[in-house]
Design a protein around this ligand. Structure first.
Ligand code: GDP
Length: 694
């Protein structure tokens, strides 16, 4: 079956933004103008189509919004949801992996905020081409050019204005399209559907001329042939300008930039045209490589072997587990058996869907470049690769940051124990930065995530979506343990008790690794002093010891372990004996290798009126923080710094009290750092008292 939409007319994009910049409203308007949504749903009225979680659950539909397809000028745009709050950076990351381009949305008053900065950096990591949209031009204090400057300075971006705003704040009326040099205003009676074209207002004429020549220059710079032509004629055709800008955008050298107000229905259609004109199609993205064999590739073609990446899992009451996939190559049909190569599991495609704003379109077949939802591959988690059984491949897996905060959780009613377990399991499959651990010795279930809010939302979802009320303990910092010195030594596990004894003997070397390098295990055994069949047991023993670190019972990270010598007994050696020997050996050596407790450190930005500057900086210093810098932004002072997460509990209350409600702050996880000695001693003593060090 030939594909309904050619590959070059597909755009898979996401909108990335700081929370509150207007992403939901903007997505809503995109659905409206592309004719897929009946009416405009206001966020504050709780009717936004993309806001699936709460409201749609109640109506029994849960699945519209992870990716929504719309058509615009003969093109198919898949709008992939990227959560705005920092607590969900993993969700942002996984959507960034599968989308081909992004609209970076900014508030015309707030400009570049710390969370936009983080998402921007992530999008650079995944090499995502971007268009910028400066929203909320109707707000008092809106300043298009100031935000452009911030994008240049704070994000080191290269925004190229494609429009010039007409008015700002209450007087914002529309935009001058710098390509056609026409003023566009948006008819209010038709909710902005009708666009009125007119001549550029005289007071903006000179400014627009200047902006246009800058834009044409930027277009010419992207291509030598265009540059020559531009030098000769001093002008380029509209098609040539678009060609140059498209090339530069896809190469991530420039970001075409628009403005408007989603809320007041102004400026959205030019943005949609920009998405078509400048965002890459799957063909521009080109081939993808296997993560473990760079020579193994897949081309964006329907006749290539099927490969796809799962980027979102949703559990639906009626349909069960729905997996959203991005197809990189080949096609997939209902009834076909595919391989989840990450999990090494096969499954039959039960149903295939394309999600639209207000209905699900059942498909028989999906093609390269498509974003679709699949039912029928039960074990799939976010980040897994699906592929054709005969031609397996693993596409790069997504890296997720480790959780930094934990709480204990239990069901409000004892009867709900199993229900809680199942619900937590389902949620952990949806969200890789959320983990669940059961501690058999304390009979506690511990959930961990990226921040207090992240866990609060999980607890709320348990109640809403799974009908389990839960009680939670106090949030605790997810500490880690590591070592600072290298060390070597041995341990012999030998027991003689009646019949067959136990014997395992290992020599291990422990070495610190650079932060973030994780764990590696090296086998340097020569001459079979430990038989090859027991080497996996040695690794198992080490991993077991690392789960509950010897210092404070926290997970051990960034250690390289080498087994280089040992001995065995013909009769008494067993897998168990070597697990035990390795476990004890690791514990013993770890404690002698200058161990250290690590804590998550957050990048914090406090925003206060000038009078409270002293209080704000003081509050960071008091919390073992360090100040990195201060800024002035639209009359408020911004203080940037780094503070350990453990010191930030309750900060929102104290900043409110301290500034009489006028200060705010935001924070994101930055890195792990060693805990000062005395504090580490206290943490360890407390953990020992709680029986958590074994
Ligand atoms: P999100 O958190 O980024 O999804 O932002 P929302 O779309 O939920 O918008 C946050 C708030 O800003 C809501 O109250 C919106 O009504 C409002 N808002 C969104 N777009 C605009 C806009 O263009 N102008 C104004 N004045 N308010 C807007």
């Amino acid at each position: 079956m030939s594909r309904p939409i050619p590959l070059d007319k597909i755009r898979n994009i996401g909108i990335m933004a700081h929370i509150d910049a207007g992403k939901t409203t903007c997505s809503e308007r995109i659905l409206f103008y592309s004719g897929k949504s009946y009416k405009i749903g206001e966020v504050h009225e709780g009717a936004a189509t993309m806001d699936y979680m709460a409201q749609e659950q109640e109506r029994g539909i849960t699945i519209t919004s992870a990716a929504t397809a719309v058509s615009w000028n003969d093109h198919q745009i898949s709008l992939i949801d990227t959560p705005g709050h920092v607590d969900f950076t993993a969700e942002v990351e996984r959507s960034l992996r599968v989308l081909d381009g992004a609209v970076a949305l900014f508030c015309a008053v707030g400009g570049v905020q710390p969370q936009s900065e983080q998402v921007w950096r992530q999008s650079e990591k995944y090499e995502v081409p971007k268009i910028c949209m400066i929203n909320k031009m109707d707000r008092i204090g809106a300043d298009f050019f100031a935000v452009i400057d911030e994008i240049r300075q704070q994000l080191e971006g290269n925004p190229v204005p494609m429009v010039c705003p007409i008015g700002a704040g209450e007087s914002f009326r529309g935009v001058v399209d710098l390509l056609s040099m026409k003023a566009l205003t948006f008819d209010e009676a038709s909710s902005g559907v009708k666009i009125v074209e007119s001549a550029i207002p005289t007071e903006l004429a000179e400014k627009c001329e200047q902006m246009r020549s800058e834009m044409v220059e930027k277009a010419a710079e992207q291509d030598e042939a265009l540059m020559e032509k531009y030098f000769e004629n001093g002008e380029l055709t509209i098609a040539e300008i678009k060609q140059g800008l498209r090339k530069g955008t896809i190469a991530r050298a420039i970001m075409p930039t628009y403005c408007g107000t989603a809320f007041k229905n102004k400026g959205i259609q030019p943005l949609l045209n920009g998405v078509i004109d400048y965002m890459p199609s799957p063909l521009d993205v080109g081939i993808v490589h296997s993560s473990d064999n760079p020579e193994l590739i897949r081309e964006p073609k329907d006749d290539a072997p099927f490969s796809a990446l799962a980027f979102k899992i949703l559990n639906d009451k009626h349909m069960g587990k729905i997996v959203f996939i991005r197809i990189y190559s080949g096609t997939v049909k209902v009834g076909e058996t595919v391989l989840n190569n990450t999990m090494e599991e096969k499954g039959r495609i039960g149903r295939l869907f394309r999600m639209h704003a207000n209905h699900q379109e059942a498909l028989e077949i999906a093609h390269a470049g498509d974003i679709v939802a699949v039912v029928g591959i039960p074990k799939t988690r976010t980040g897994d690769t699906l592929c054709c059984v005969d031609n397996p491949i693993i596409l790069e897996t997504i890296e997720f940051p480790a959780p930094v905060i934990s709480i204990s959780i239990s069901p409000a009613s004892r009867n709900d124990n199993e229900k809680l377990g199942n619900a937590l399991h389902a949620l952990a499959q949806e969200d890789p930065t959320f983990t669940v651990n059961y501690d058999a010795e304390t009979s506690e279930t511990i959930i961990s995530g990226m921040g207090e809010l992240h866990l609060e939302i999980i607890v709320d979802r348990l109640k809403r979506e799974f009908g389990v009320a839960a009680q939670v303990g106090r949030p605790e910092v997810a500490y880690r343990e590591t070592i600072r010195h290298s060390i070597e030594g041995d341990y012999k596990h030998a027991k003689q008790s009646g019949g067959r004894g136990q014997f395992g003997h290992v020599h291990l070397r422990l070495e610190p690794q650079d932060p973030g390098r994780g764990f590696s295990f090296i086998n340097e055994i020569k001459g079979g002093v430990i038989p090859a069949e027991y080497i996996p047991a040695v690794e198992k023993g080490v991993i077991k010891a690392m789960e509950h670190g010897p210092c404070g019972g926290y997970p051990v990270v960034d250690v390289k372990v080498t087994v280089f010598d040992g001995s065995f007994h013909e009769v008494d050696s067993s897998e168990f004996a070597f697990i035990e020997a390795a476990r004890q050996c690791f514990k013993k050596l770890f404690l002698q290798a200058n161990p250290q407790i690590l804590e998550p450190v957050m990048a914090v930005e406090v925003s206060v009126p000038e009078d409270y500057m002293g209080a704000a900086t003081g509050s960071i210093c008091q919390r073992r923080g360090r100040i990195e810098g201060m800024d002035d932004k639209g009359g408020v002072k911004l203080v940037h710094g780094y503070v350990p997460l453990g010191e930030m509990f309750g900060y929102s209350n104290s900043i409110r009290t301290m500034t009489q409600g006028r200060g705010t702050f935001s924070m994101v996880f930055e890195h792990y750092e060693g805990v000062p000695y005395e504090l580490a001693e206290n943490i360890i003593a407390k953990r020992k008292a709680e029986g958590k060090v074994r």
